[in-house]
Design a protein around this ligand. Structure first.
Ligand SMILES: *Cc1c(COP(=O)(O)O)cnc(C)c1O
Length: 453
């Protein structure tokens, strides 16, 4: 009988995260102080982040970073995650390709984000931090961090973009069930929030404002640190448990992927599945293609410019070297909320610049078509974000069929869509559209950035 799921034991949960930077010939450029444009050091991040996380952020020498026992213990709640052979999807596509997916949707909050949330909460706790803050858009990061904070006895305040606070009530309930305080942003609890609300009383919020509020609270509260769910190097690092497990599981399946695919918001689940395989390419010259799947409405890797840019819309954060659409870019209101970010993390941006990975952009309607096919073939309703990776995997499988050649495809299923059924409703009632960005739009936005590189 053929094997559907390749399962590891709890003892096989990786002992260390993989830091790709030591294996990169061209290291990512440093973050810059937004005022002076001077490169920032590890110490510069101490007021904002736990010291160990600041250290991981800047670590260019240690290839392996030990995963603390307490973190591995909590990973056991849902890790190792299954690697699944998508026989149903292969059959539906009538393709000679072998399709595998790593199922990160089995985490208790339904996405990969818990891999980093638990690590970040642990290092904060260990350094005597009592309170943490963050912002959340669609709510996936907030949900993951809420459980992680509770697990380590930390108080968490989540600034949730006001429009999502009202439109995504169940993600808010998840956070509150885990014991987090969820504040609709803009709020009256910070200076940044009060200022906006005084000028624009009906403002429905943005991720940029929510970041400003969370950062302000962290800077002004003793023993309080700020956390981020994507984009930064230490978040990519924590997510490598995905690919490290998948590496062993592909061995169990007796195959090696020709193509590895992840959907792309700021880069964390993509890096998680891809970096451990990219390591074989960097260190052994292995022939493997790595593909990031991003929305056509927010195409930083396929259409953006490689520039220093702010991490947030408001321009408060350090300047990061990234493929970006410009921090003023306003992505269309697509349902893959987790992919509506203007830039790509520094490590991925350098890899892309050096031609070590590819990117494709996918239209919204194609993602829901792929999601529906996948749901019917495999019995799992994917998150709208993850559906970008599925659509890219389907393109590869169809190409293999066209060429009549076998191909082994591995993609990351970053999350399930059970809290996103409102988006599926819209799709099923033909109430969704495609959005595309013109090159002129991108050029206009990117032109406003200071040319530092
Ligand atoms: C947040 C999220 C993403 C996008 O974030 P990355 O950091 O790019 O991985 C993708 N899929 C799911 C399910 C998410 O929750």
């Amino acid at each position: 009988m053929s094997t559907k799921k390749f399962l590891l034991q709890e003892k096989d949960i990786p002992m260390a995260w993989y830091n790709i930077v030591p294996d990169m010939v061209n290291k990512p450029l440093p973050p810059l102080n937004p005022q002076t444009h001077q490169p920032m050091t590890e110490e510069d991040f101490y007021p904002l982040f736990a010291r160990e996380l600041a250290h991981q952020e800047m670590n260019q020498t240690d290839r392996w970073i030990e995963i603390p026992e307490e973190v591995r213990d909590l990973y056991k709640i849902w890790r190792p995650t299954p690697l699944v052979r998508a026989y149903g999807l292969e059959k539906a596509l009538d393709t000679p390709a072998h399709i595998y997916f790593k199922n990160e949707s089995v985490s208790p909050v339904g996405s990969h984000k818990l891999n980093s949330a638990i690590a970040q909460a642990y290092f904060c706790k260990k350094e005597g931090v009592t309170n943490i803050t963050t912002e959340t858009g669609a709510g996936q990061w907030g949900a993951a961090l809420s459980y992680a904070a509770k697990a380590f006895g930390l108080e968490l305040a989540v600034y949730m973009v006001k429009v999502s606070y009202h439109q995504k009530p169940y993600r808010r309930s998840i956070m509150q069930t885990f014991g987090a305080q969820v504040v609709a942003s803009p709020s009256m609890s910070t200076r940044a929030g009060r200022k906006i609300l005084t000028d624009h009383p009906n403002y429905q919020g943005s991720l940029g404002t929510a970041i400003s509020e969370a950062v302000e609270l962290a800077m002004q509260t003793p023993n309080c640190k700020y956390t981020l769910g994507s984009v930064l190097n230490h978040v990519m690092l924590h997510q490598t448990v995905i690919g490290l497990e998948a590496e062993k599981q592909m061995e169990m399946a007796g195959e090696y992927p020709d193509v590895v695919i992840g959907c792309f918001g700021g880069g964390s689940n993509f890096s998680g599945i891809a970096f451990p395989f990219l390591r074989h390419k960097l260190t052994e010259g292995k022939d493997i293609r790595i593909i990031a799947a991003e929305p056509a409405s927010c195409p930083k890797l396929t259409r953006g410019a490689f520039q220093y840019d702010f991490g947030d819309e408001a321009g408060y954060t350090p300047l990061l070297p990234m493929f970006t659409l410009g921090h003023n870019f306003e992505p269309s209101n697509i349902h893959a909320g987790g992919l509506r970010y203007h830039g790509a993390g520094s490590i991925v941006s350098q890899l892309r610049k050096d031609g070590l990975m590819d990117a494709v952009d996918i239209q919204q309607l194609d993602t829901f078509k792929a999601a529906t096919l996948f749901a019917q073939a495999e019995g799992i309703i994917p998150a709208p974000e993850s559906s970008h990776a599925i659509a890219a995997a389907i393109q590869e499988a169809e190409q293999a069929k066209l060429e009549g050649t076998p191909r082994t495809i591995l993609f990351n299923l970053s999350g399930h869509g059970l809290i996103d059924m409102a988006s599926y409703d819209r799709y099923l009632s033909n109430d969704l559209q495609n959005y595309e960005v013109t090159d002129e739009d991108v050029a206009r936005n990117v032109e406003q950035l200071e040319k530092i590189i």
